[in-house]
Ligand binder design. Structure first.
Ligand SMILES: Nc1ncnc2c1ncn2[C@@H]1O[C@H](COP(=O)(O)OP(=O)(O)OP(=O)(O)O)[C@@H](O)[C@H]1O
Ligand SMILES: [Mg+2]
Length: 295
């Protein structure tokens, strides 16, 4: 892989401390308040790469959106470098699962947008955008419009755009979910490279256990809704990491540990009607009958 150095947790980066404490968030619905996340504590140290995994609907996006400043907690605190988060800000870059580029702007104009809003001069904007596009391998596409880019490229532009204003923390919500496995691996390496070079903190949401292990210094596992932190797992695997990592016994042990934690919560999230015994029941010999005939 291309990265040759690594910012250890709490290492070179001096800023970018995310602290979430006693955090709860309920959505107002027609049936009343619906708790999505309850009494959650989480920390990302300056320069650290932290992932959140958990079953669908457990509140991962809710938590990330609160750190981004799009949602306000019902209780508790979210701070970045000790400052309470009051709304979205240039100190926090956000990348969404859906591609969210402006279709009428070129790649470079998309990346420059946040800088333009900050009043940065045209020359300086172009210089910053070109540097970041170069790091993400997108130099030759700077004048293209988003509809001519592949999914992987669009998402790379999304990451570069989130980084352009020089945020202290980068927040990503399943950014590679729609990509094929090969593209996903390349994207993971590009993200690792950008994270190390820019010495920022990353909070990353994913469903994919392997992805979380490959990228992270630490992983939080959330419980089923209402989400809370179920476990916190250190990923003490050496960097730089490459595809060979998945063959190490330490990787396999971590994967098994995380899979067991998630499985437990996914079963709970299905409402209790499915449990391990019920799933084993699916292996019953139906003697040639279809499942529809017997249930
Ligand atoms: N605007 C809303 N109004 C009411 N309920 C909501 C709203 N947004 C999310 N929810 C509910 O809150 C819970 C948490 O949602 P959230 O999107 O944070 O989960 P998630 O962990 O990101 O799920 P996924 O893995 O499917 O992306 C879910 O049960 C969801 O249905
Ligand atoms: Mg989500």
């Amino acid at each position: 892989m291309t990265a040759t150095f690594h910012a250890p947790p709490g290492g070179a980066a001096k800023r970018g401390l995310i602290e979430v404490s006693g955090f709860s968030l309920s959505y107002e619905t027609l049936d009343g308040a619906m708790p999505a996340v309850e009494d959650t504590d989480l920390v990302v140290r300056p320069g650290e790469f932290v992932s959140i995994i958990g079953p669908s609907g457990c509140g991962k996006s809710t938590l990330l959106n609160a750190v981004a400043g799009f949602l306000k907690p019902t209780a508790g605190r979210v701070t970045v470098d000790g400052e309470p988060v009051k709304g979205p800000g240039a100190d926090r870059g956000m990348v969404f699962q859906q591609y969210s580029l402006f279709p009428w702007k070129t790649v470079r104009e998309n990346v420059e947008f946040g800088l333009k809003m900050k009043g940065i001069s045209a020359d300086e904007r172009t210089r910053s955008a070109r540097t970041l596009l170069g790091l993400a391998g997108l130099s030759q596409f700077e004048d293209h419009y988003p509809d001519r880019l592949s999914g992987g490229m669009k998402q790379r532009v999304g990451i570069v755009r989130a980084l352009a204003t020089g945020p202290r923390v980068l927040l990503l919500d399943e950014p590679f979910g729609a990509l094929d496995a090969q593209t996903r691996q390349i994207m993971q390496q590009i993200l690792t490279n950008l994270w190390q070079r820019l010495e920022i903190s990353v909070l990353f949401v994913t469903h994919d256990i392997d992805e979380a292990i490959f990228l992270s210094d630490r992983i939080y596992v959330m419980t089923a809704r209402p989400g809370a932190i179920k476990a916190e797992v250190d990923v003490a695997l050496p960097r730089p990491r490459d595809a060979g990592l998945a063959l190490l016994p330490e990787f396999l042990a971590l994967r098994a540990e995380l899979a067991a934690l998630i499985r437990e919560e996914s079963l709970k999230a299905m409402g209790g009607e499915l449990n391990a015994d019920a799933l084993q029941g699916l292996a019953i010999n139906l003697h040639g009958a279809s499942i529809g005939d017997v249930i």
